[in-house]
Design a protein around this ligand. Structure first.
Ligand code: GRG
Length: 298
């Protein structure tokens, strides 16, 4: 851990979250052409209390490469919009069929399936509108759009989700599990780091450091998520626990056991932090977030 006081860093994390929440609030303040139930459903899911891990990674990656949080804010919001869309759609009866998300009834439980599907669709579209309109210069905006689209698409988020659903109740091994999570969960973490680097004009060494960190921290997130599904509580997580075994899903604790999963997550976190060394002192925020991803209880 770097020398800055961790209390100061925690205050900075809270400030970053506030900045993100306020920007998402502004972006979802649609004109009267957006029907009221759709607007409410979007805001209900997008502004619900949650961790904001991915947008925080965008801001902290940008900061680590020498630019301001404000410059990275549109990219942070775009990533959160895609993430929220994926959660709304994942919760639908045709997919995970969940009734609790971010501590409240899922979007389709509150607004009906049709409105929930449309809320997800609108968020996905808006993410690219935000990047194309608010990231400057246009060449950087285009790079951000292409990278986020790839992370959200058929070979990453959507493809990983399709395989995850197809392989329920099927036997599998660690390679299969990591392959699914590299796409379903990891790709959005990696894209968050990449976008932060792009808006900061990171050089090749900085971009490589961010990407190495991003790949490892995505995996740490998933191992921690699997452990929380076994050991966590519905009250602190704001979603149902024990779903993985109910759905017959491959998980890290299921394949490796709880202790080995914990060790693996700790080792990956150390490796992720070590990969940040080329970024110098400004990497402190990313290190704090990495430890939080490992140790979180929500
Ligand atoms: C529907 C295309 C499509 C994809 C869905 C994201 C996803 C793929 C599924 C969500 C189900 C799930 C439990 C995935 C693994 C972990 C995950 C992404 C959890 C939610 O992310 P957090 O914990 O949530 O960062 P908050 O609410 O804090 O943003």
């Amino acid at each position: 851990m770097l020398s800055c006081s961790s209390a100061l860093l925690m205050d900075q994390m809270a400030a970053a979250r506030q900045l993100i929440d306020a920007a998402l609030d502004r972006y979802s303040n649609f004109s009267a052409d957006c029907p009221v139930p759709l607007r409410e459903a979007i805001r209900y899911s997008l502004l619900a209390p949650c961790k904001r891990l991915r947008p925080m990674l965008v801001l902290l990656a940008a900061e680590a490469c020498g630019t301001t949080w404000e410059a990275a804010l549109p990219a942070a919001c775009a990533v959160e919009m895609v993430h929220t869309y994926s959660l709304i759609h994942d919760d639908l009866p045709a997919m995970d069929d969940d009734d609790l998300r971010r501590g409240r009834p899922t979007c389709h439980k509150a607004y009906g399936e049709a409105v929930a599907i449309l809320a997800g669709d609108a968020l996905l579209a808006q993410a690219f509108e935000v990047l194309a309109s608010d990231i400057k210069p246009p060449a950087v905006a285009a790079r951000c759009c292409a990278t986020l689209a790839e992370a959200a698409g058929a070979t990453a988020l959507v493809g990983g989700q399709a395989d995850d659903l197809a392989l329920e109740h099927m036997p599998g091994d660690l390679a299969m599990l990591e392959n699914i999570h590299r796409r379903k969960t990891g790709a959005m973490f990696l894209a968050s780091l990449r976008l932060g680097g792009f808006v900061a004009g990171a050089d090749e060494a900085q971009q490589t450091a961010l990407e190495r960190f991003g790949r490892k921290i995505g995996l740490v997130f998933q191992i921690a998520d699997d452990l929380l599904d076994v050991e966590g509580s519905e009250a602190s997580l704001g979603k149902r626990v024990g779903k993985d075994s109910e759905h017959g899903k491959l998980t890290f604790p299921g394949l490796l056991g709880i202790e080995e999963s914990r060790h693996r997550a700790l080792r990956l976190t150390d490796e992720a932090c070590a990969a940040l060394a080329p970024l110098g002192e400004k990497r402190a925020g990313l290190e704090v977030l990495a430890r939080y991803v490992l140790e979180r209880n929500q």
